[in-house]
Design a protein around this ligand. Structure first.
Ligand code: WTA
Length: 668
């Protein structure tokens, strides 16, 4: 986003038609509900969670510690500062599945699947429940118990959602690893959380090619001592899948679920156990500014409450809606707003397997037309890519079933916002730009549709139970009127991450120490005179490339693990399409030759270490990295070089000389 466009202050009011049926139909009504959520959270959450199924109902909203006084750091060793809905017990899947079996939702589509080759499949709530129960019983027979970790390495197929739900039903903690991650990345995640079982598939369709998930899993499995069983879904071809099963370890998914389970396992799956409100639901790995990926842990009741309430209000989900979230199940958006949130509301979800532009740029619009999608939730990168292809593509399709549009993952520039509004939403559909993170579990900032006007480029106002503010360089908090600063959440909220897997200390240090006792998001933002937040992007060493979160430290450590590389620095460069592009500066070991061959080799090395989605956009060789006198890499300078605002000397041997620049900077 450029500075000039970021400051537009145009407001776009929701259409009258939308306001007439809105759950919250005015700014005053939103403010009253928000105030209640802060001042009387018990009453607010009692009312808002009344549709959810608790075995032991909760009486207190939280264990009652915060808000913290300045300077107080929460939790022993930095672990979860508080618990929510203490004393409650529940099986989360009863809210997502069982409760709909006694309503008309029973025979309604829970999930409509469209495969990339064009195959479609519909599962009603009855069928999704049945499939979940079957898989849960089968997993129980494999020895999966409450508290065990189960890894899921799959593409966008209904079984991925079924796998998550089956784990939750048993109280097993799932860790979904995005199918774009390499075998090394999968191995590290399995080993970090000690998963016992892996659920995967032979391959996933992507742009007409099969992504060989099982082959990659096999490589990972060479070094994952905790995995006992692997369940493999035949998606690409049953024959190929069967021939690749390792006897004693691998089991075909369909064989597994068609066996008759033991009576005990059937019992456990049909009448599942209830778990404590704080029972670990899932671990999802995400990138941080330092070190290895962080295993963000979410627990049961607070997470469910957060995704339920936000799905209901932000997406205005109602009976008869068909909701299309384009995020992959491997990311938090897929967890919260493809699976758990919408199902807890009894909505019908559309799950699409492939790429947005396969076989052509009309794919999304054709899906919307054919299935009658009413709500679309996607990322600015996709919107910008569609915009570049021109209106002809969407204009060929009937998009009149749409009534609400959402955006997530990165700042949306006003041009893309306006295009989305006009071309896709026909100026009829409100747009909810939703700001949140893996760690927040659910949406924190948006403009509630029908209640408040949107401002293209601004994410909007805090949601229920959320108090956001801006911290200045000294750490002072400014609720209003501050310039750009750090985006901070003032007090804990039910769906927040409780810790990082096996690393309470890192959790406390990463989130609660920069502004002591408050949650620091890692993002920069300002708040305007109307109270709207304008998020500018990450201000730590995390990049956001096409909506993917990438840690510079991960890229750098992957690069230095290559035998030719001495040192590496990764930075972001503003990019019109991707938001940020990934640029890496590399110095080589003695005798290693810079050039196109090595560039390709390093790109392939990143594919192997992390995944293709993390491939640098640019690899630049330099004779030395510019450093301060104390030896710190001058990232600011490298960002300027990457952005082209200052130029390095480029000598004939293709090595850049950044030393001169470093000297100039040091003299400033
Ligand atoms: C960025 C994705 C601006 C932000 C749900 C955040 C956004 C990071 C928005 C989290 C938005 C997400 N406007 N920036 N609407 N939504 N971000 O964990 O930098 O993959 O910190 O969660 O994405 O990425 P994550």
């Amino acid at each position: 986003m450029t500075e000039s466009t970021a400051k537009t202050n145009e407001t776009v009011a929701p259409s009258e038609g939308f306001v007439a049926q809105a759950r919250v139909a005015s700014k005053e009504a939103y403010e009253a509900l928000w105030r209640q959520s802060i001042e009387d959270p018990t009453t607010f959450w009692q009312e808002q969670t009344k549709d959810l199924v608790f075995r032991t109902p909760w009486t207190a909203f939280s264990d009652g510690v915060p808000p913290y006084s300045e300077g107080e750091i929460p939790g022993p060793d930095g672990a979860a500062p508080m618990t929510f809905f203490p004393g409650a017990t529940l099986n989360l899947t009863e809210s997502c599945l069982d409760r709909h079996l006694t309503t008309p939702a029973r025979t309604r589509a829970a999930l409509i699947f469209e495969g990339e080759p064009g195959d479609t499949r519909t599962l009603t709530y009855f069928e999704l429940h049945r499939e979940t129960v079957r898989l849960a019983a089968a997993l129980a027979d494999l020895g999966v118990q409450a508290g065990d970790r189960v890894a899921i390495y799959m593409g966008m197929v209904p079984e991925a959602a079924i796998a998550m739900l089956a784990c939750a039903r048993l109280g097993a903690t799932h860790t979904v690893v995005f199918g774009g991650f390499s075998s090394d990345a999968l191995r590290d995640r399995i080993n970090d959380c000690g998963a016992k079982v892996l659920l995967t598939q032979d391959g996933a369709w992507r742009r007409g090619h099969a992504v060989p998930l099982k082959d990659m899993a096999d490589t990972a499995l060479l070094e994952t001592p905790t995995i006992e069983k692997v369940v493999v879904l035949a998606r690409i071809g049953a024959e190929r899948c069967h021939s690749h099963l390792k006897p004693g370890r691998d089991i075909d998914w369909h064989d597994l679920v068609s066996r008759v389970p033991s009576p005990k396992s059937i019992e456990r799956a049909i009448r599942p156990a209830a778990f404590d409100a704080e029972h670990p639901l899932f671990v999802l790995y995400t990138s941080g500014s330092t070190g290895k990926p962080k295993g963000v842990l979410h627990t049961t009741a607070g997470y469910l409450a957060g995704v339920h309430v936000t799905s209901k209000y932000v997406f205005d989900l109602r009976e008869g809606d068909l909701y299309f979230c384009t995020a992959d199940v491997g990311w938090i958006t897929g967890h919260s707003y493809l699976v758990y949130g919408p199902l807890s509301c009894g909505a019908s979800i559309l799950l699409y397997e492939g790429a947005p532009n396969f076989p052509d740029w009309g794919r999304f619009w054709s899906v919307i037309e054919r299935h009658g999608v009413s709500i679309l939730y996607t990322a600015p990168t996709a919107i910008r890519a569609f915009m570049r292809q021109g209106e002809e593509w969407p204009n060929r399709y009937d998009l009149s079933s749409l009534r609400l549009l959402g955006s997530v993952g990165e700042p949306i520039n006003p041009e893309a916002w306006l295009w989305y509004h006009r071309t896709i939403g026909a100026e009829r559909c409100p747009i909810v730009d939703t700001w949140w993170q893996t760690e927040t579990g659910s949406i924190m900032l948006t403009t509630l549709p029908g209640a408040v006007a949107a401002k293209p480029g601004a994410t909007g106002l805090p949601l229920f139970g959320v108090e956001m503010t801006i911290a200045d360089d000294e750490g002072a908090l400014h609720d209003r009127g501050a310039a750009n600063g750090k985006l901070v959440i003032k007090r804990p909220w039910p769906s927040m991450a409780r810790t990082l897997w096996n690393d309470n200390v890192r959790y406390g240090e990463t989130y609660w120490k920069a502004i002591p006792g408050r949650y620091f998001t890692g993002d920069g933002a300002r708040r305007d005179e109307d109270g709207y937040f304008w998020v500018t992007g990450r201000i730590d060493d995390v990049l956001n490339v096409s909506g993917h979160r990438i840690g510079t430290a991960e890229i750098e450590s992957a690069l230095v693990s290559h035998s030719a590389v001495a040192e590496a620095a990764a930075v972001g460069r503003p990019d019109e399409m991707k938001g940020q592009a990934l640029v890496v500066f590399v110095t080589l070991k003695e005798g290693k030759q810079a050039g196109p061959v090595l560039k390709n080799e390093l790109a392939a090395h990143i594919d192997r270490e992390i995944g293709k989605f993390a491939r640098p956009d640019e690899i630049r060789f330099t004779d030395a990295l510019p450093k301060t006198r104390s030896g710190k890499i001058m990232r600011r300078l490298l960002k300027d070089v990457a952005a082209g605002t200052v130029r390095a000397n480029q000598d004939t041997s293709t090595l850049e000389d950044l030393g001169v620049l470093a000297k100039l900077q040091a003299e400033d």
